[in-house]
Design a binder for this molecule. Sequence first.
Ligand SMILES: C[S@@+](CC[C@H](N)C(=O)[O-])C[C@H]1O[C@@H](n2cnc3c(N)ncnc32)[C@H](O)[C@@H]1O
Length: 260
Amino acid sequence: MSLYNVSKEALIGSAALGAVFAVGLWIGGRQVPSYGILNTFKSHTGAKGNPLMGYVLDHSLREHPVLKKLKLRTLEHPENPMMVACEQAQLMANLAKLIKAKKAIEVGVFTGYNALNLALALPADGKVVACDVNEEFTSVGKPFWKEAGVEHKIDLRIQPALQTLDELVAAGEAETFDFAFIDADKANYDQYYEKCLLLIRKGGIIAIDNVLWEGKVLNPEKGDKDTQCIHKLNEKIHRDTRVNISMITVGDGLTLAFKL
Ligand SMILES: C[S@@+](CC[C@H](N)C(=O)[O-])C[C@H]1O[C@@H](n2cnc3c(N)ncnc32)[C@H](O)[C@@H]1O
């Protein structure tokens, strides 16, 4: 083997190693950081041990005693990570009060923490249309709705949420709702958004949950169908001139769309 050949091979080898290193850096730079975006901001799951989150909760949470009881009961449920973050629910209750909301829609109820939260925020003649397909989940919340004295404000409809939203439109309730929270199956998020836009009045608010999807929206091309649906809707809402928006890093990410 001549000196020339050795140098040439070494050169090719170095170039190949360099290329692998560069590709590694590029892929690494695009990956979701390994410190785990997962539930970083959601107080009852990943962020529980975060001292700053503890400070935020200690200095801002004003949870109704029955809401607190329902949260503790929900934490015993194996699907408890699905529950809305209580600090996020409080923000939504404050927004609902700010716009003097009377009629709200909850798309995805689970054990009904936010349905109760909204019902408590609405006036005595207020109404929350609560949409879910799972009676086992919603039955956990019902006794707490009763205990809080707002059971009469929650109109629970056990059937696919799209059907309920269509029924509300057909019943002539378009543009009569003040607040909507979208928090059910991600594949239908775009349709929930469009139907809620029909049902919400001008100046009303649509809150869309999980818009960061545990950080998976950073790599939508590698994500599953849910990730792609959320990412596409995020892009669409960003350009949507029918609403003003803010994307908040509370919970798993919350977009607030203010209907113009
Ligand atoms: C993330 S949880 C909702 C959490 C809830 N907003 C809270 O306050 O804790 C999602 C819920 O959506 C419901 N869901 C899933 N697909 C649905 C559909 N097609 N129509 C209505 N609800 C659905 C599930 O049964 C589940 O209870």
